[in-house]
Design a protein around this ligand. Structure first.
Ligand SMILES: [Fe+2]
Ligand SMILES: [Fe+2]
Length: 197
């Protein structure tokens, strides 16, 4: 099977975004002192690098080399919110971003005519993404004593607003390529909430 030009672009965009995620968390991992968060962020860094590898293989299996793309979602996102000022802000930006990734991959799975190889790749990646949301949420909970719940909440609200703006801009920019992505966001379903499947 050959991918359409738009499909090839979108899968390559995912690959680029995963690479940027890996580079970001690699840098964060390097700054952390020894402890559980250091171990988790290092694991996270490795996961995002693997995701880039999965997309590269998936695209190859579908008959193409991945397209080299210069930009990624994170670039626009960090440009909009500025660099996080401390470790709590790094975790907050990560929380918002990981939720966006899960919502995006869910959207893709719902699109219906997704190729089985693409579906398999997204499902494999989603296993890790759920864990990312969970450990980051736990880390933020632990930080409440040090940073204050109010500061954490307002930071999450600020980053969420920026994310919505950047996502809307991305859809406007690339909407023709990704028509199935238009339409309202589904509410985020927390995979760890009570009663979640
Ligand atoms: Fe990822
Ligand atoms: Fe992730």
């Amino acid at each position: 099977m050959t991918l359409s030009e738009n499909d090839l672009w979108l899968l390559s965009y995912y690959r680029s975004s995963e690479i940027n995620g890996a580079l970001f968390f690699g840098r964060v991992a390097r700054t952390l002192r020894g402890g559980p968060l250091q171990a988790n962020v290092t694991h996270h860094f490795a996961d995002e690098a693997n995701h880039a590898k999965y997309w590269t293989r998936c695209i190859e299996d579908l008959g193409h080399p991945a397209t080299k793309l210069s930009g990624s979602y994170q670039d626009q996102y960090l440009e909009a919110v500025g660099l996080p000022a401390n470790l709590m802000e790094v975790m907050a930006v990560t929380q918002v971003f990981e939720k966006r990734v899960i919502a995006q991959y869910r959207r893709h799975l719902r699109a219906g005519d997704t190729h089985p190889r693409v579906r398999q790749t997204i499902e494999t990646i989603m296993e890790d993404e759920r864990w990312h949301v969970k450990y980051v949420r736990d880390a933020l909970e632990e930080m409440a004593g040090r940073y204050g719940q109010e500061y954490i909440d307002s930071t999450l609200a600020r980053f969420t607003a920026a994310d919505e703006e950047v996502y809307a801009k991305t859809l406007a920019e690339y909407g023709e390529r990704i028509t199935f992505l238009s339409g309202p966001d589904q509410p985020f379903e927390d995979p760890f909430a009570e009663g979640a499947p």
